[in-house]
Design a binder for this molecule. Structure first.
Ligand SMILES: [Mn+2]
Length: 338
């Protein structure tokens, strides 16, 4: 197999079609609290269109978080309330649930010729005019790379950095079970195109503020582990540590990192509600647990929002996780992830 063959990605013609036309107007629409896969995919694709002469708007219900302000072009991603169209194409990325765009999708639909929904979540609700859902992709950024290759777009260092960062974060730095040979081929091509792994890793993980280790110790002291060791959780009441710190850290990875743990939970109180992050190591499908509370995600990484107070939400979620653990066969813990 030559590298070129290995990199070939099967992109359906209907996904390519909206972009094969004279330069038009495009909206790259993100969802609430955009992460690196959302931003990297939208910036990577949008910058490629921009390079081809398109007029591109980027944004969503929330701005890009501080920790991702290093992404090339991120200064063009804005908080959006009222959209000004028309748009020849609207792209959503990594967003299974249209409700997470808080009304912006409905506005966009009225202003757009076509909505292209690009995602790797199996529970995607297929709300686009074109729906490209590939659950074998480690990240939406990996899919966008394939689309750009299929379109014959040149991958600039700025585009490569965005897509590489999307893949880097969604794979837990290439550690999770979603990593395939294709993931490494795409990551390799992106590095060849100008993404700098040391720089991206440094920006993501080595820019903590001076207070953050104190907050981290405050946080780690709250991790609880079930008697049988299979379940670990972390609860954070409003104001326990700063929001910016929580958003900059994948705190659920600390309870997850214990050898005996099969499901880890982070429960974070926010404005009367509790945001729940669930992680599994392969033998419990946490997306099904999240779905019971109106959320969703991947089998090994999912989330939902539950009504407060924190104590009751914690009891409800842990009960659901315990039931799922009891329903799954005991056995060895496989190493797998988001
Ligand atoms: Mn993703």
């Amino acid at each position: 197999m030559t590298p070129a063959q290995a990199l070939a990605v099967d992109v359906p013609a209907e996904v390519r079609a909206p972009f094969i036309r004279p330069p038009g107007r495009a909206l790259m629409l993100g969802h609430v609290h955009p992460d690196a896969d959302v931003l990297g995919a939208l910036l990577g694709l949008g910058l490629a269109l921009d390079d081809r002469g398109w007029t591109v708007t980027w944004g969503g219900p929330h701005p890009a978080p501080e920790v991702l302000r290093f992404l090339p072009g991120v200064e063009r991603y804005r908080r959006l309330e009222r959209l000004t169209g028309p748009f020849d194409v609207v792209v959503t990325a990594d967003c299974p649930n249209p409700g997470r765009m808080e009304g912006l999708l409905e506005q966009a639909r009225a202003l757009a010729v076509v909505v292209v929904n690009i995602d790797h979540h199996g529970d995607n609700r297929r709300y686009g005019d074109v729906n490209w859902i590939d659950t074998t992709a480690a990240a939406t950024g990996e899919m966008v790379y394939g689309l750009l290759v299929a379109l014959g777009s040149s991958i600039t260092p700025a585009i490569a950095t965005n897509l590489f960062t999307a893949i880097h974060t969604d794979t837990g730095s290439f550690r999770y079970s979603n990593v395939t040979p294709k993931t490494f081929h795409v990551a390799g091509a992106l590095v060849a195109a100008g993404a700098d792994p040391a720089s991206v890793g440094g920006c993501l993980y080595e820019r903590r503020g001076p207070e953050s280790l104190r907050w981290l110790s405050e946080t780690l002291g709250r991790v609880r582990v079930s008697e049988d060791g299979r379940l670990a959780w972390l609860t954070l009441a409003t104001g326990a540590v700063p929001d910016a710190f929580i958003e900059a850290e994948e705190l659920v990875n600390y309870p997850r990192s214990l050898a005996s743990v099969r499901v880890a939970c982070l429960l974070r109180e926010q404005g009367g509600q509790v945001k729940v992050s669930l992680r599994a190591k392969g033998d419990v499908d946490v997306s099904r647990i999240a779905a019971r509370f109106g959320g969703g995600g991947h089998p090994n990484a999912a989330g939902c929002t539950v009504a407060g107070p924190l104590g009751r939400a914690t009891d409800e979620v842990l009960a659901a996780v315990r039931a799922a653990l009891d329903g799954s066969p005991p056995g060895e813990v496989s190493s797998s992830g988001a």
